[in-house]
Design a protein around this ligand. Sequence first.
Ligand SMILES: Cc1cc2nc3c(=O)[nH]c(=O)nc-3n(C[C@H](O)[C@H](O)[C@H](O)COP(=O)(O)OP(=O)(O)OC[C@H]3O[C@@H](n4cnc5c(N)ncnc54)[C@H](O)[C@@H]3O)c2cc1C
Length: 441
Amino acid sequence: MNTLYWFTRDLRLHDNAALLAASRSDMLLCVFVVDPRWFSPGQFQSRAMGEHRWRFLWQSLMALERGLRPLGQRLRIAYGKPETVIPELVHAHGIARVVRSRQPGTQEAIQWQSLKEQLPDTLFQQFETLSLFTEGSLPMALPELPDTFSQFRKQVEKTGERCTERLRIRTLTALPPPPGFADDNRGECPPIAKPQHPLQFIGGEEAGLEQLRQFLFVRHGIDNYKETRNALDTWDASSKFSPWLANGSLSVREVAETIAEYERSDTKNESTYWLWFELLWREYFHWYALKHRASLFRRDGVQRKRRPATFYGHRFMAWCQGNTEYPLVNAAMNQLRETGYMSNRARQLVASCFVNELELDWRYGAAWFEQQLIDYDVASNYGNWQYLAGVGADPRGLRQFNLEKQAKQYDPLGTFVDRWGGHADQPVGLHTVDAADWPIL
Ligand SMILES: Cc1cc2nc3c(=O)[nH]c(=O)nc-3n(C[C@H](O)[C@H](O)[C@H](O)COP(=O)(O)OP(=O)(O)OC[C@H]3O[C@@H](n4cnc5c(N)ncnc54)[C@H](O)[C@@H]3O)c2cc1C
């Protein structure tokens, strides 16, 4: 059988059950599709792919190709809409089966369905490689996924299993041959922008596995993680696994198993538990997105709670550009724009400011994050934004952080604000409205 393997958010050879299934073929065509629509502004003004993630993704694809070559394989990078590109490849190479990893997100589901309809004689298979558990190994049926994280956590912890160890797959060492094909159309993809700051995140499986080893076994950042994780700007304060987890160059099961190994061989304490606890948040939002589908993107969220919000263009622009009356928010937004990363605490603060102080529709903030974040993940991003906007998985409703108090607690000397230029020269006040300020990004 000839198989097309569609790489999406699983850019790795280790622990990749979908690729293993695809490898049981006579011929294997490995494809990644770069969709031109990612680079144009969408409904909420922002683009689906900003320059930082695009650079990181490109590095990850190049690393994947380097990993595939010794196995006699190649990566075909196609530039076009998947609904067009995949059928063309299926016809050109006599493909009988298309395989990919199952993923949340409505666009992704629509595309998959459209391909099935266009290619009724082709077998379509998805495997669950992006999460700790599979749908079948969750302690509840997906429609019964609890409304809150803590109920979910309690049910998972009752099973005594931190992840489905038996699902972890060894690194692939052999793959069937590719079909002969001419050069792909990677040359048509948008150029990669030069970074403004030295790169801390380098894309690819090898770099992701190295970060895992460094954070645990070399720098032992995990030992005090529970105490340090809220720091605004310290590399070792948190794991920094998120960009690699988001595009799948690092497997979350690999991370969970390595934490367990570390607990057996080095240290087991509240902090080592807490790192797994945070992975469980990611897990919860993964299943939450698959359960709630289009409701993940609704203004009134899964709770169907309408909150007053409007679109003040000048406020939105000021927030994006780090030009508000709140230095801490500005600093974090500048850091995001310049590097593609922001700590979890800062994400909470800027999102709270967006919804509460600036009274904006949370979906614009989420879309800006989607464009800017190097670790953008549809489930974690929209799940967290809904949570903070009081329309998602938070039983306590809307949360508002006191920005002054937070600045005193997390940036007492103002070093974070200074480093990222948080004191705007001419901050835009809440009530400065000028038609000329209406944003066009
Ligand atoms: C408004 C908002 C938007 C966010 N958008 C994203 C996103 O698009 N992609 C993303 O990966 N994370 C997102 N997060 C979650 C979190 O901020 C990042 O995962 C974290 O800051 C990444 O840094 P780290 O890897 O050092 O995390 P660590 O603190 O070291 O945590 C380890 C891992 O646990 C997971 N994790 C930790 N906190 C969360 C959380 N609150 N929700 C889900 N998973 C979590 C991540 O996979 C992370 O890599 C968002 C949070 C907020 C408040």
